[in-house]
Ligand binder design. Structure first.
Ligand code: 1PR
Length: 587
């Protein structure tokens, strides 16, 4: 996954990278791909005469340690292959099949490849037309350069510059979600895709041109037409994430890992043409009074049964439910550790275990939230929010979600007008990219008669308040709705976008668990205010509530919990309804 925003520390890295590029540039010139050269025109290294391994069941993985590749490891293992990690450039040259999942930002990735001598080994490997699969940033790095905190030179194997999506064209950046491909040529690994959707998450992309046309195996339309995959001989790279693209994605990986594999399962063909609206299943998780980690669900955030015992409502086991929702067709699964604001999440080993087990069998994106903040444990040891997030990523999360701490960061930012760079939100998005950071907002409606009576953005509500009020503002809360803060959801959303959030999970305490529909007033307000994707949450009760929220607001995704846990409405019923209503979904 490439990072969308790299500011303070990346500038340091970029400066370093620039230094190493200057020593690298002479060789990178000769590494540059010349369009008509065959085979690939990389510079061979004299020192690299290593024989390829002969074991077909072992896949070599180039993981330079910049982020979460656990999902990919899980997918490879799920398909029955073992993984050998690259430690040295020689390991690249010994590989029988090499997968390069680019993670982090372009400049630091190139920096690591150059410093470890892997850039040249990679070029040699590709020049020899040996089986290669680049993923996401692993595709972008093959190009001449990137504008991401650059210009920064890439491996120079494919002509072209990687640039940022242009949000002024009315698209949301990052590009997050399920999109259709236009297949440009026959490549074995895309054979099963047809017109199904695959999962993308990125802010930068390579554009097709006459110079790189012969490489392009598929394109995708998001604002512009960008390169979704390339292929030449045995060299493949994809901008999407096969390891997070469900059965279709697994088939892409399977076909790369085992080219002899025929069609192994019948994939559902949809009428994919553009970015699909996502349907997300959410699991609110906490420890019950017996000490078991359970999926629970509240009514307006109250998760206790209204009985004498007043026990925590138990709706199932987190790993089982996540696996079930994946099979049922959820486009994403979210875990919210709802009491982590008062506990130390790294002390919550069961939650990390849940994530590890869930990610072994769930091949769509997994988000985890709860308790992401700086923390001092009982022995006075300090843990940064970045360490907490890193542990979540290592355990299998693709995105993390920040609640309370993002409210404090936004308040601070609005008060001082200065980005400190120190908030959890800023730190995590700097290291993992803003597409990996969701901000979860827990607002409560506050009715007012006169919008001028409050300093926060109000909306004219469809249903007037208890005293006939026609307006409302949405007060942000922290600690699972227990404390209201002096900031509105509108102000918070704008601030966190500036601080580096890549997506907003927009709850509404009033609607939570009520089954009466999403708060479209709130969702319209926020989805019109920001240019990052917004996930509508709280209140889904029927399939019509989903079509309503997508028709009336600019939400990119809709999330539900109660109706899925209680099996009142299956995920496929939601998708079938949306599709019938002409709203594109991944089937
Ligand atoms: O503040 O960073 O520790 O994060 C805590 C996280 O836990 C936040 O994302 C917050 O939303 C969540 N949370 C805290 N307390 C509760 C609670 O319910 N008591 N759950 C809670 C929030 C809301 C939704 C829910 C939808 C859909 N849950 O995620 O799943 O409202 O429900 P529905 O379809 O049944 O209506 P931090």
């Amino acid at each position: 996954m490439e990072a969308a925003s790299f500011t303070a520390s990346s500038q340091l890295l970029t400066a370093e990278s620039t230094a190493s590029f200057s020593s690298y540039s002479s060789s990178s010139q000769s590494l540059r791909f010349k369009p008509n050269a065959k085979p690939l025109n990389c510079k061979s290294s004299r020192s690299f005469s290593v024989r390829a391994s002969t074991d077909d069941s072992v896949i070599t993985l180039l993981d330079y340690g910049a982020g979460n590749v656990r999902s990919l490891r899980n997918a490879i293992k799920h398909l029955g292959f073992d993984i050998k990690d690259v430690q040295t450039p020689e390991d690249i040259l010994k590989a029988k099949r090499l997968i390069f999942p680019g993670v982090g930002a372009f400049a630091p990735a190139m920096d690591v490849l150059n410093k470890k001598g892997m850039a040249e080994a990679l070029c040699t490997y590709i020049e020899q037309d040996r089986p290669f699969l680049g993923i996401c940033l692993g595709l972008q790095l093959l190009f001449e350069s990137s504008e991401e905190n650059g210009p920064v030179k890439g491996l120079g194997l494919i002509p072209g510059v990687v640039g940022r999506f242009d949000s002024s064209k009315g698209i949301r950046v990052p590009h997050i979600g399920w999109n259709a491909l236009q297949i440009a040529k026959d490549t074995q690994i895309l054979d099963d895709i047809g017109n199904s959707h695959v999962y993308f998450v990125h802010s930068y992309r390579a554009m097709p041109s006459d110079d790189n046309r012969e490489w392009i195996s598929s394109t995708c339309k998001y604002g512009d037409n960008f390169i979704a995959s390339i292929q030449r001989g045995n060299v493949h790279a994809v901008q999407f994430h096969p390891e997070k693209s469900g059965d279709v994605g697994l088939s892409v990986l399977r076909r790369f890992l085992n080219p002899k594999s025929g069609k192994t399962q019948k994939l559902v063909q949809g009428n994919a043409s553009k970015l699909a609206k996502r349907v997300i299943a959410c699991l609110d998780v906490r420890t019950n009074d017996k000490g078991d980690l359970v999926v629970t669900k509240g009514d307006q955030y109250d998760v206790r049964e209204h009985t004498k015992e007043n026990e925590v409502r138990n709706l199932g086991k987190p790993v089982d439910l996540a696996g079930q929702y994946y099979k049922d067709g959820a486009d994403e699964v979210s875990f919210l550790n709802i009491t982590a604001f008062r506990d130390f999440p790294l002390g919550d080993l069961p939650m990390l275990k849940v994530l590890r087990y869930a990610s072994e069998n769930v091949f769509v994106p997994l988000t985890v939230g709860g308790g992401i903040r700086d923390f001092k444990d009982g022995n006075g040891r300090y843990y940064s929010s970045l360490e907490v997030a890193s542990e979540y990523f290592r355990s299998g999360a693709d995105k993390i979600s920040i609640g309370s701490d993002a409210v404090y960061a936004a308040e601070e930012y609005l008060k001082s007008g200065v980005k400190s760079g120190k908030s959890s939100l800023e730190q995590i998005s700097r290291v993992y990219g803003n597409q990996a950071v969701v901000v979860s907002i827990d607002p409560r409606r506050v009715y007012v008669k006169d919008p001028k009576a409050v300093e926060f953005r109000t909306v004219k509500v469809r249903s007037p308040g208890p005293n006939g009020e026609e307006y409302a503002w949405y007060q942000c809360t922290v600690s699972g709705g227990r404390e209201g803060r002096p900031i509105g959801a509108y102000e918070l959303a704008k601030a966190v976008e500036e601080l580096g959030a890549g997506e907003i999970l927009l709850n509404c305490i009033d609607c939570d668990g009520q089954g009466k529909g999403f708060d479209t007033d709130l969702i319209k307000l926020i989805s019109d205010a920001v240019s990052i994707p917004v996930i509508a949450s709280s209140g889904a009760g029927t399939v019509e509530h989903f079509s309503e929220v997508f028709r009336e607001t600019n939400a990119s995704a809709a999330l539900a919990a109660g109706i899925f846990h209680r099996k009142e409405v299956p995920i496929q019923a939601v998708k079938g309804h949306l599709s019938k209503e002409g709203i594109e979904v991944r089937m």
